[in-house]
Ligand binder design. Structure first.
Ligand code: DGT
Length: 230
């Protein structure tokens, strides 16, 4: 009976007229989320919402991303509060498109980045509790459903190499250990499914592949990602 009830509510949700199919692309830093979004941006009916990194680097002249890397103990709470707000804005942004493709989500901010800060004791209990209270309230009372997560799965060594090559000034302070542990957290959330709640079904793509070859993978999974009916 319970299963029937769940199935009915899923069907009801998916049959809302005009409701877009919402996909969040997740994966470690440097896993190729932007390349993925560029590829799918070329299809009709798709609206891409990139991660608001530029606004994290410049909020009224403040580079919150840079501050967070320079002095995590002092600035992590400030940074994550703003990340949570900008992610929520992306979730709530109305669209006329039939497919909404989001880079990351409020869920990875909480389940990966805040999780890491808690484990490293960078966020004191009191600050983590405030972020969590906001997160719980948002997820319980606002419509931030997603229909599919695309997990760009990578090896830490490969993404670390990419991060060093792209040379973002703020990311000079990122270490291989940090990337390795962020990888484990993504794995536990999206692959092993033992950590935290998964807000949607997960499609895993091998994103270690070279840029030239990975397009074939995207092509292969296109109909699932764009919710095309057979
Ligand atoms: P891509 O295209 O896969 O290379 O994507 P990236 O690496 O540009 O995007 P992302 O989200 O993995 O990381 C952007 C930067 O922002 C990176 O330095 C990590 C940081 N970042 C993103 N979200 C959060 C967050 O919620 N908390 C923290 N601490 N950092 C975050």
């Amino acid at each position: 009976y319970l299963l029937q009830k769940v199935a009915r509510s899923i069907l009801k949700k998916n049959m809302q007229p005009g409701r877009p199919f919402i996909v969040a692309v997740e994966g470690n830093i440097g896993s190729g989320k932007s390349t993925f979004l560029e590829y799918f941006n070329n299809f009709e009916g798709v609206e891409v919402l990139s991660e608001p990194v530029e606004s994290w680097r410049n909020l009224n002249g403040n580079n919150l991303l840079g501050l967070m890397y320079e002095d995590p103990k002092k600035w992590s709470f400030t940074f994550q509060s703003y990340v949570q707000l900008t992610m929520l804005q992306n979730h709530l942004k109305p669209t006329k498109a039939s497919i909404k493709l989001m880079e990351r989500s409020i869920f990875s901010a909480r389940y990966c980045f805040v999780e890491k800060m808690k484990r490293d004791r960078i966020l004191p209990h009191s600050s983590a509790a405030v972020l969590d209270a906001w997160f719980q309230w948002i997820t319980n009372s606002m419509n931030i459903n997603i229909d599919l997560i695309v997990y760009l799965r990578t090896s830490p060594e490969i993404v670390y190499q990419r991060i060093m090559e792209r040379n973002r000034p703020e990311e000079k302070l990122v270490s291989l250990e940090y990337i390795q542990s962020l990888h484990e957290i993504h794995e536990d959330w999206l692959n092993n499914k033992c950590l935290h709640h998964c807000p949607a079904p997960v499609l895993i793509i091998n994103a270690d592949l070279d840029k030239a070859i990975i397009q074939r993978e995207y092509q292969h999974w296109k109909s699932a990602i764009l919710n095309e009916k057979p």
